[in-house]
Design a protein around this ligand. Structure first.
Ligand code: SF4
Length: 453
């Protein structure tokens, strides 16, 4: 394994989109072209279903490992103007789209969604849905919660509206790691929020852990997983810490490169956590995710119905996603659009009655085909080349590029099928890179992507 890690631990995309963001071509994507792209989706799939992601960017203090688009402030007067802007953006979509979108899932991400008051969060969803509550069986509603500032009132208000899923940002329980990443939160505090959410009736609680953090040791991850197992969340994300301070700015400069576990140690942290989770009944789902058998995510994985978008793995496979809020990314399957990355720029564009898009990408036919293969690999660890495709020579090129992974027993090709083996799962991003047409002519830069393992 050590040899394989040495060989394949190269900078590479995480494939939350294909083409990946550094290769998007439309720096000036117009509003009309973007609306047209969503409409193409509607006509092609004959469906008005959409997922909605709302980015709530404020946090009270900076965690130095953070790679999210956020704004640090303790001033809560920012809440109202920001939410008004989000609602304005949604109303512009409703006005400009030639069909009435049906929301099948909605997720609050951040930043810290629980920065906002219970009342403000409740008003936001009531306005979006134009309803006082929603049947949780028909729409999946979820939010990210910071254990240090999630109140009973927020949990109750959102539950009463129809939310049944939340994810708690944990990272690691070691005080030394917490100090290094400037995020101090006790197990007792996490337990309090977790237990209260269970008591209220939340049916899917996820804990987000991170491996590869500064000063993280094997003992630290063992203790973190043991504490997590004590609370038995339905889902666990075990994210790889992506160290890209040149992209993420000052937030990732609070510690030294020497504080980071080296690649073999980092992989050992993951493998140990995975082993402990699997012994305790969790199944590995897609990349970096685990779930108990009863959870919808585990069922979707078994039934090959898992889907992945900018919100992460999901069970409700809508082919388009509308992202609201600063920096949020929307996806029409045939295109992407990203909102302005500053709160001020985002609000200013909306004040001019414009969708606050600052860049995007419209996919070619080949890109649409390739994104399908990459999505399959990330969700099911296998894919199958289309026999009716116009791009057969490219399929052959991809098979050729997979030869190293095949020789190392990480991938198998059976006719048109490409299958990632059990041993190959940690290297699924490397497999996707063989499909990535943008990497053909560009050297893979450490400055664009984090390492794959
Ligand atoms: S990790 Fe979460 S709480 Fe911390 S700065 Fe980033 S977005 Fe804010």
């Amino acid at each position: 394994m050590e040899q394989l890690i040495k060989k394949y631990n190269v900078p590479g995309p995480r494939y939350t989109s294909y083409p990946t963001v550094p290769f998007w071509k439309n720096n000036q994507l117009s509003e009309n072209k973007w609306i047209e792209s969503i409409n193409t989706n509607y006509n092609f799939f004959q469906s008005s279903d959409v997922s909605v992601y709302i980015h709530l960017p404020f946090c009270e203090s900076l965690c130095t490992f953070c790679g999210c688009h956020k704004r640090i402030t303790k001033n809560h007067s920012v809440e109202t103007p920001y939410l008004e802007a989000v609602l304005k953006e949604w109303s512009l979509y409703l006005e400009k789209l030639p069909f009435q979108p049906t929301i099948k899932e909605l997720h609050f991400g951040g930043g810290t969604p629980t920065f906002f008051s219970a009342q403000n969060l409740r008003t936001l969803v009531e306005e979006i849905f134009q309803a006082k509550s929603i049947d949780p069986a028909s729409v999946e509603l979820s939010f990210e919660a910071h254990p240090n500032n999630t109140s009973s009132e927020q949990l109750i208000e959102l539950y009463n509206f129809g939310f049944r899923r939340l994810s708690l940002g944990i990272q690691d329980y070691s005080p030394i790691v917490q100090q290094a990443i400037h995020r101090i939160q006790s197990f007792e505090q996490v337990k309090k929020v977790h237990d209260e959410a269970r008591k209220i009736g939340y049916t899917s609680i996820s804990h987000d852990l991170v491996f590869g953090l500064p000063k993280q040791t094997l003992e630290a991850i063992i203790d973190t997983v043991n504490k997590t197992l004590e609370l038995k969340p339905d889902r666990i994300s075990l994210y790889s810490y992506a160290h890209v301070p040149w992209i993420k700015g000052n937030g990732q400069r609070g510690f030294d490169e020497n504080d980071l576990p080296q690649s073999e140690v980092k992989r050992a942290l993951y493998e140990k956590a995975k082993q402990m989770l699997e012994i305790n009944g969790y199944k590995e789902i897609g990349m970096d995710h685990f779930a108990l058998d009863h959870d919808d995510l585990a069922k979707a994985f078994q039934e090959k119905k898992l889907h992945r978008n900018f919100m992460g793995y999901t069970t409700k496979a809508t082919s388009s996603m509308i992202g609201l809020g600063m920096s949020a990314i929307s996806d029409s399957w045939f295109g992407f659009a990203q909102n302005d990355k500053t709160v001020e720029g985002y609000i200013a564009l909306l004040e001019e009655n414009k969708l606050p898009i600052f860049r995007g990408h419209l996919l070619s036919d080949l890109e649409v085909e390739i994104r399908g293969y990459i999505l399959d690999l990330m969700c099911h660890f296998e894919t199958e080349f289309s026999t009716s495709s116009n791009y057969q020579p490219i399929h052959e090129e991809i098979k050729e590029k997979l030869s190293d992974l095949i020789n190392d027993g990480l991938v198998e090709v059976q006719g048109a099928k490409v299958i990632v083996t059990e041993k190959g799962i940690p290297f699924v991003r490397n497999c996707c890179m063989a499909f990535d047409q943008d990497l053909k002519n560009h050297p893979i830069s450490e400055r664009l992507f984090s390492k794959t393992i």
